[in-house]
Design a protein around this ligand. Structure first.
Ligand SMILES: Nc1ncnc2c1ncn2[C@@H]1O[C@H](COP(=O)(O)OP(=O)(O)OP(=O)(O)O)[C@@H](O)[C@H]1O
Length: 256
């Protein structure tokens, strides 16, 4: 069974960047094949990882939910809706050397999604046996986890920037995780984009107030930002990049 690592945080704090670096590092450590799941409709994990995505699970869900209403039903005659959905979900899996990527895409729309959400849940449960690790880039609401679409969670990595509000947002996500009844072994915080890689006293106080376990601090680094602006995958960052090195040190301390 896969070890599921969920990465979450408020938008813009660098969650997707760190998630991509984590996937790359696990691959380098020989922990692959990894299933990477982009569960945040606003993030672009594929860009960070440097892969193209043609179909999202959201597209497939939409297509199937509307199939019966459409004048041209895409489901071939003689094929069940469930078999067609499974085939299309497999089409949506982007395969790379050491990881595969699934992009959830948008989660809301008109019509009933219960049937396809159920299929998606089954499909993900099936994938759980094919990969040693599943790494999920979540939106702040952790919707896929709270709705039970994702099978389980052993490690939650919560990312905040160096702001009180970022830490407070993470505190709320930690509460949500408790309410989800998934009981991960580790729930820890990474502070990203810290100037000079240091925490100030106000942030330290807030972390304590929220009762969060600090895994480590990642510095602000202009090269990471430039790579993003130029659309270059973070996988291509030099080995001695300070963000890459800080994240690796944190991952090495995790029990995975
Ligand atoms: N340590 C860092 N130093 C400098 N820039 C960083 C660092 N981490 C992330 N960034 C930059 O911050 C911006 C936001 O990062 P990213 O897209 O990973 O955030 P996010 O939390 O996933 O946001 P969203 O959910 O909106 O996608 C990007 O331009 C990224 O390159």
């Amino acid at each position: 069974m896969a070890h599921v690592i969920a990465v979450a945080g408020k938008g813009g704090v660098g969650k997707t960047t760190l998630c991509g670096m984590l996937i790359q590092y696990l691959c380098e450590k020989g922990k692959g094949p990894i299933l990477a799941v982009d569960a945040d409709a606003n993030s672009n994990l594929n860009e960070v990882l440097g892969v193209e995505v043609e179909t999202t699970l959201g597209d497939v869900r939409e297509e199937i939910a509307r199939a019966e209403l459409a004048s041209e039903n895409p489901i071939p005659a003689g094929m069940s809706k469930a078999d067609y959905a499974e085939r299309r979900f497999e089409d949506a899996l982007v395969e790379d050397d050491d990881f595969d990527l699934l992009v959830m895409g948008r989660t809301q729309g008109k019509g009933c999604y219960c049937f396809v959400n159920g299929l998606l849940q089954t499909q993900l449960a099936k994938y759980q046996n094919n990969y040693p690790y599943i790494v999920v880039d979540n939106e702040a609401g952790m919707e896929h986890i709270s709705r039970g679409v994702l099978p389980s969670m052993q490690t939650a990595i919560l990312v905040s920037d160096c702001s009180r509000r970022g830490v407070q947002a993470v505190g709320r996500i930690a509460e949500l995780i408790k309410e989800c009844d998934m009981h991960p072994d580790t729930v820890g915080l990474i502070i990203n984009r810290a100037p000079g890689g240091k925490l100030n006293d106000g942030i330290k106080e807030e972390i304590e107030k929220q009762g969060l376990h600090l895994l480590g601090v990642v510095p602000q680094d202009e090269t990471v930002y430039e790579y993003d602006c130029e659309g270059k995958p973070t996988a291509g960052l030099p080995e001695d990049n300070p963000v890459k090195m800080a994240l690796r040190e944190i991952v090495d301390k995790l029990v995975l």
